[in-house]
Design a protein around this ligand. Structure first.
Ligand code: HEC
Length: 260
């Protein structure tokens, strides 16, 4: 009896140490997000250029009215490993945004059209204004959201496409919406995606599922713009180590052969 208990405890600890158990969630009552297939997963994972561009379109036309992206400059959109817009496209995108600059020679702040070097601005002048417009809740900056939440991309995708009617018996205060993936089941963000909300420039049908996948793909890039480079370097290091190990093996054999 005792040994069986001890065995189970050891096995449990080993499984936890190896990270094999189902991902733990901060709030026990949140629904576990479904594991999606992402092109950027795995040893050779890369971003899908078209998904990044569509995801950017969703961010720009939908999410940007409430969420900033303050770790990303417009010019990052043209860098290798990202959506890879041309420099002319980036200039045109930046021009659609207004940023605050200054102070000028008279000490006044002024507004101007954004330039490629500017970061995506917040749609609100400050946090209080953002809260006032959202029933007291603060729409977080989305640059690092895929890293900041347990479940990463799977969670963000599930959250965006997982709104439901509140089950019977669950009281919803006005300004809160039922979403089983959110800790506590209640979120102050109304379902941001509706069928056909955007018209994709590449003609892809804009279903809620498609838009959630695309914008989450894009937000993975904003959270990890160096992913492709990192994986390429990791792979090169592996090749290098393999060749190095082979060379070591043969030179050792040679050295020891002489000694015989
Ligand atoms: C009308 C304003 C509004 C729009 C549009 C909007 N959001 Fe939100 N979002 C919010 C607010 C407010 C919160 C904070 C919710 C809370 O804390 O209950 C939030 C929270 C979030 C969160 C964090 C949830 C968590 O785990 O805490 C994510 C992720 C998110 N939004 C993604 C998006 C994406 C992606 C889009 C575009 C498809 C979008 N939002 C559009 C207002 C908005």
């Amino acid at each position: 009896m005792m040994t069986r208990f001890a065995f189970k405890a050891v096995l449990g600890a080993a499984i936890m140490a190896l990270g094999l158990s189902a991902p733990a969630h901060a709030a026990g009552d949140a629904k576990a997000p479904a594991a999606m297939e992402w092109s950027f997963d795995g040893l050779f994972g890369t971003y899908d250029r078209d998904a990044l561009r569509r995801g950017f379109q969703v961010y720009k036309e939908v999410c940007a009215s409430c969420h900033s992206l303050n770790q990303i400059a417009f010019r990052n959109l043209s860098q290798a490993g990202g959506p890879e817009f041309s420099e002319a496209e980036v200039k045109a995108i930046a021009r659609e945004y207004i940023v605050e600059d200054g102070p000028d020679d008279y000490g006044d702040m002024y507004e101007r059209a954004a330039l490629p070097r500017d970061k995506f601005p917040s749609p609100y002048p400050n946090e209080n204004a953002a809260r006032a417009a959202n029933g007291g809740a603060y729409p977080p900056d989305l640059s690092l959201i895929n890293k900041a939440r347990g479940g990463g991309a799977d969670y963000v995708h599930a959250l965006l496409s997982g709104y439901e009617d509140a089950p019977e018996g669950v009281e919803m205060r006005p300004g809160l919406y039922y979403n089983p993936y959110m800790a506590g089941g209640k979120i102050a963000m109304p379902a941001p995606l509706l069928e056909e909300l955007v018209e994709y420039s590449d003609g892809t049908p804009a279903t809620v599922e498609q838009m959630s996948m695309d914008v989450t793909h894009f937000l993975n890039w904003t959270a990890e713009p160096e992913l492709e480079q990192r994986k390429r370097i990791g792979f090169m290091v592996l090749i290098y180590l393999t060749i190095f190990a082979g060379l070591m093996f043969f030179s050792m054999r040679k050295i020891w052969a002489d000694l015989h």
